[in-house]
Write a protein that binds this ligand. Structure first.
Ligand SMILES: *Cc1c(COP(=O)(O)O)cnc(C)c1O
Length: 368
């Protein structure tokens, strides 16, 4: 059987480059708690993402949980979000004692359907948590208008949108805050890791308290915080990977362009069109099978037989998770577009070093 092609493959620097980066940790013996690497990565990401404030985290999920906590919404308040996402988005809302209200997505770029947000707003609504799914940006202008009209906070799950810009503006700048994930499978990784970017300077101190036990000095603890700090080895990986990011994105672009050449214009195969005014990051390549000679599950199985792993991402959608079955807002049928997509979508293997011959092999199987 031929070599396995996974759905993704983590970006890594050369072994020697990473060793060089971590060498001085053997001098300092300072491994975590906002050390030199952490500070340097924070500064470099602040610049790269062009954001007024950034706080690093040990993973994206805790970054999202903490930024929601930092907003201090009343328990039981409602948060409008979408179910066409990773478990993390909905869990972060619920673990903060808030109620997720599921809005459907639009069939064009699979982000929140802005025409359906207002009908879900009640006097309990406190925030909107939209997702830049697959790196496709939400309609940030319309969402900003709605948030202003109803006085709601907007926290973007930007886990997929690292490095994406809209009219030249970094994805880190929309809404009140944006969470990025630097998980191994993401476009930019720190092994595990994440960050929150935000506008309100006063959130910095709250986030620092939330991620480090609320400890303010050797003899002062001012806040009931948890622990979500990024360590020095994670930050070192980030410093290395950031050096190679633009080259990685260039390579991803070539892979995506080849997929498009091979799969565009085929009846029953729906590709996500590039967004106007958006500089993408080529994070994922979702394909929707609708009326094609094979359905999604058949394509998934055919690829699997050839040792190629595609991903049913996102299936199931979060409002059909069994852990939410007793929630009054649960039920995939309430978000028909998200349900339709989750039954038909497959994300194909995509990473910087995926060979063009392998893209051809994958397309040959799909078109077979
Ligand atoms: C990866 C991801 C997260 C969580 O990030 P981690 O760094 O894995 O904790 C949240 N939301 C979405 C949409 C993701 O893809």
């Amino acid at each position: 059987m031929s070599a396995k092609i996974n759905v993704t493959r983590s970006s890594m620097p050369d072994f020697e480059e990473y060793c060089e980066e971590i060498k001085d940790l053997w001098d300092s013996h300072w491994l975590t708690n906002m050390g030199a690497k952490h500070k340097q990565l924070e500064a470099e990401l602040k610049k790269y993402l062009n954001t007024p404030n950034i706080t690093l985290y040990t993973n994206g999920h805790l970054a999202l949980e903490n930024i929601i906590a930092a907003m201090d919404f009343p328990k039981g308040a409602e948060v409008i979000t979408t179910p066409f996402t990773f478990a993390s988005t909905t869990h972060a809302i619920v673990r903060n004692g808030l109620i997720p209200i599921f809005c459907d997505v639009n069939p064009k770029d699979y982000t929140i359907d802005v025409a359906k947000i207002e009908e879900l707003i009640t006097d309990k609504t406190c925030a909107i948590v939209p997702v830049h799914v697959y790196g496709n940006l939400c309609d940030v202008d319309r969402i900003a208008d709605i948030a202003k009209k109803y006085n709601l906070k907007v926290i973007y799950d930007a886990a997929h949108a690292f490095g994406v810009t809209y009219k030249g503006v970094s994805s880190a700048n929309f809404g009140d805050a944006s969470m990025f994930s630097f998980h191994a499978t993401k476009v930019f990784n720190t092994i595990e890791g994440g960050a929150v970017c935000f506008h309100d300077n006063s959130l910095s101190e709250i986030l620092d308290n939330l991620k480090n036990f609320g400890i303010k000095g050797p003899e002062r603890c001012v806040f009931v915080g948890g622990n979500a700090k990024m360590n020095e080895f994670q930050a070192a990986m980030g410093l290395c990977n950031l050096r190679h990011l633009s080259a990685e994105l260039e390579k991803r672009k070539k892979v995506v362009e080849h997929y498009r050449e091979r799969l565009a214009g085929i009846k029953g195969i729906v590709l996500c069109a590039p967004q106007a005014d958006v500089e993408p990051n080529y994070a994922y390549f979702p394909v929707v099978f609708d009326g094609y000679k094979y359905n999604r599950d058949q394509v998934f199985a055919m690829l699997g037989e050839q040792n190629i792993v595609a991903r049913k991402y996102f299936y199931p959608i979060t409002n059909s998770f069994e852990c939410y079955k007793d929630y009054p807002t649960a039920g995939a049928e309430k978000t028909p577009v998200a349900k339709y997509l989750s039954d038909r979508v497959l994300t194909l293997p995509l990473y910087a070093d995926l060979a063009i011959e392998d893209v051809d092999k994958i397309c040959d199987i799909i078109l077979g």
